[in-house]
Design a protein around this ligand. Sequence first.
Ligand code: UD1
Length: 364
Amino acid sequence: MIRVICVCGARPNFMKIAPLLREFAASGQFEVLLVHTGQHYDENMSKLFFEDLSLPAPDVNLEVGSGSHAVQTAEIMKQFEPVVEHFGPDYVLVVGDVNSTIACGLVAVKLEIRLLHVEAGLRSFDLSMPEEVNRILTDRISDMFFVTEPVGVENLLREGVDPDRVHLVGNLMVDTLLTNRQKAATSDILVRLGVEERSYGVVTLHRPANVDNREQFGEILRAFAEIQKEIPLLFPIHPRTKKNIMQMGMQRQIEVMENLRLIDPLGYLDFLHLLDHAEVVLTDSGGIQAETTILGVPCLTLRTVTEQPVTISEGTNHILPEVTCESILDVYRSIHKKASMPALWDGKAAERIVHTILKQHEIK
Ligand code: UD1
């Protein structure tokens, strides 16, 4: 049996891990230990996703919780090391670009365990994003790279990675979306929120660059103030954004918008249903850019760069020349639907990843 530790920690990791765990189990050749770092711990940021995605309970939960970047990363490393030593895996598999990804990656390579990085090679070329630092460092120390779109391969090769280690496999978020779309169709979230199909926009916002800076956040809210006059906006609010609104005393700016509705973060199936029937999505999330592309829902990403350019060239995504109220309104008014799907975003990424690991394992 090939022994693999699969790491997850934050909300966007859970959707990526789910199809992989199923595929590892189906192959019958892996012994998998699922480790949750506890980076996200609220019921609706974590537990709901395990239920919705039928994920098995983690074998180990490091329960590290929140903290500064240094504290969180260090705490994960401290707690993860003995788990790796005890399990003795052939591989540690990490996904995405969150603090849990780099923390566990570092522990693995220092124990000379081969590191597999899923969603490798993406770059925003903006080092002020914590995720960009996590991506670059994780890719620097990984042994095998699983990539979602061609630009990721280009980035890795330019950085000197051996092409034999790079595998373009598609996007696990899409595997999960396609597996769950039927199930999500039965969600009663529209009834619960009292909205009709295609009569609302969905907003999500949590990037430090947007919500930690009063001026930047204010620009975005000014644009929302205009857009919500045209279409009601539903805003499942991330805990850090909620905390910042309170701390920066911005409640009043939110309250005056009659058609901007703040709601609690939703589980995977409810949120997918809400996205699927939205008229438009305004977000700074990475995963939602991919999801709206597959659903064919217009998406305005409230950033000036994206590390997933295929969502623009092939999909329904749009970015901004600058994150100002005027730019947001300009692009919002010009967005339109497109139809094509990025190559390999077909629901079979997990299958390709597991197949590749098996093949490479035999070669070694
Ligand atoms: C993290 C990831 C980001 C990802 C996002 C998805 C990093 C550097 N960032 O950002 O890439 O897009 O997850 O959500 O890893 N909090 C709670 N309850 C929770 C989780 C967080 O209240 O369950 C609050 C805490 O106050 C915490 C803050 O949210 O300090 C930020 O959480 P953290 O995990 O540090 O970063 P995110 O902003 O969620």
